[in-house]
Design a protein around this ligand. Structure first.
Ligand SMILES: Cc1ncc(COP(=O)(O)O)c(C=O)c1O
Length: 390
């Protein structure tokens, strides 16, 4: 969006991408229509062969979805954004568009569980192999490269331990090896981190998280250079994991308050992390803004702030962790994150229950670990809810 080149993120989040209809509405309109009509048979023909831009059918494009795509692209500094039905369909569309049978992927071992499932149990059936390496050890990424490696894939900060991957260093290795780097930016959002500016080639979002921010709808996005994403758009247009117009409209409104919400999530999370560090029954706190975090310096260089996720290990293993969760009265016991309402989860028995105990231990996910996705309630109230079980 060149007209918004010199604007601040707060302004882009409110203004970028708006296209007014003939009715000159002030707030972005919700276009609930599955298809679009043409002025003539000739115009229909021109649209279908791509000679004339414009909407044809909502599986391909919809004006409300396009506004959301333009706004998120402006925030990420991307040439193109392709909106999808969920975060997982964004990852699927990116892989289907960028990879083919016989290709190899190097991925962080600290990825969202469904992403690992997609690589291991779905894409592998179509001849795409994935190797996993440490999120934080750049040398392992280089060592895992094969002649057919086409894609590096990571999330930073990781879930639930908030490990930080060095995007610039890993992108340099990817470039040297002729691979693309895709970064799932769902934990930070473009407000805290812009992976394309650090050297990533593709950014992925689960808009379901902070972009909506209020736990209402599912959505995702793939962002990058237009030419590079041609195959991704082709997959979406043909296979159809398209974002609905209604969800795009919710996300457009979500983006307008994203900066305010992220600032408040981060401020609450930092205060909570400091308080948790002072609790006698807490063995360790994982939060990038704490000086005790192993990649604190890198995090503070790469991200504007620590984000909204705080994990901590309770002394006493699973029993103690479940006691903390069961003694909360206000927090939502759910695995979702990125909501105004604080959520609490026990990764070892929920999000990471399907992996073997050995793999869990290797990933550092102990039985005493609790993840908090810090919401926008008063932090004193969140602390009081946790203090009961601690
Ligand atoms: C980091 C990350 N990426 C992707 C996803 C998948 O997103 P969705 O649930 O919108 O498909 C999630 C969902 O929890 C996630 O946490």
């Amino acid at each position: 969006m060149s007209e918004f080149e010199n604007y601040q993120p707060e302004t882009l989040a409110v203004r970028a991408g708006t296209e007014r209809s003939q009715f000159h509405e002030h707030s972005e309109a919700l276009f609930l229509t599955s298809s679009f009509v043409f002025d003539s048979a000739e115009q229909a023909a021109r649209r279908f062969i791509g000679e004339e831009p414009g909407n044809i059918y909502a599986r391909f494009t919809n004006p409300t979805v396009t506004m959301f795509e333009q706004r998120l692209a402006a925030l990420e500094g991307a040439e193109q954004c392709i909106a999808t039905a969920s975060g997982m369909s964004a990852i699927l569309a990116a892989c289907m568009g960028l990879l083919k049978a016989g290709d190899h992927v190097v991925a962080s071992q600290s990825l969202f569980g469904a992403t690992v499932n997609l690589f291991n149990n779905i894409l592998n059936k179509f001849g795409i192999e994935t190797s996993y390496v440490s999120a934080t050890d750049v040398a392992q990424w280089r060592a895992a490269v094969r002649p057919n490696t086409r894609l590096f894939f990571l999330e930073t900060p990781s879930n639930p331990l908030t490990e930080i991957s060095d995007i610039a260093a890993i992108s340099a290795v990817a470039k040297e090896c002729g691979a693309l780097l895709a970064v799932d930016n769902c934990f930070c959002t473009p407000i805290l981190q812009q992976p394309l500016k650090l050297g990533a080639d593709v950014v992925i979002h689960s808009a379901t998280k902070y972009i909506d921010g209020q736990g209402r709808v599912l959505g995702g996005a793939v962002l990058g250079d237009k030419k590079r994403l041609e195959g991704v758009y082709g997959f979406l247009r043909t296979a159809g994991p398209t974002m609905s117009a209604f969800n795009a409209w919710v996300f457009l409104k979500g983006l307008e308050t994203l900066k305010l919400r992220m600032d408040a999530h981060c401020a609450n999370a930092l205060q909570l992390a400091r308080w948790l560090e002072a609790q006698p029954n807490v063995a360790q706190v994982f939060y990038p803004s704490l000086p005790s975090h192993p990649q604190h310096e890198l995090a503070m260089k790469q991200q504007k702030s620590g984000g909204g996720i705080v994990s901590f290990e309770v002394k006493g293993g699973k029993e103690a962790a479940w006691r903390v969760i069961d003694n909360t009265q206000m927090l939502s016991v759910t695995a979702n994150l990125g909501d105004t309402k604080t959520t609490i989860t026990h990764p070892a028995s929920t999000t990471h229950a399907r992996i073997t105990p050995e793999a869990r231990a290797a990933a550092g996910i102990s039985d005493g670990l609790i993840r908090i996705a810090v919401g926008l309630e008063a932090v004193e109230d969140i602390q009081r809810d946790l203090a009961r079980g601690l």
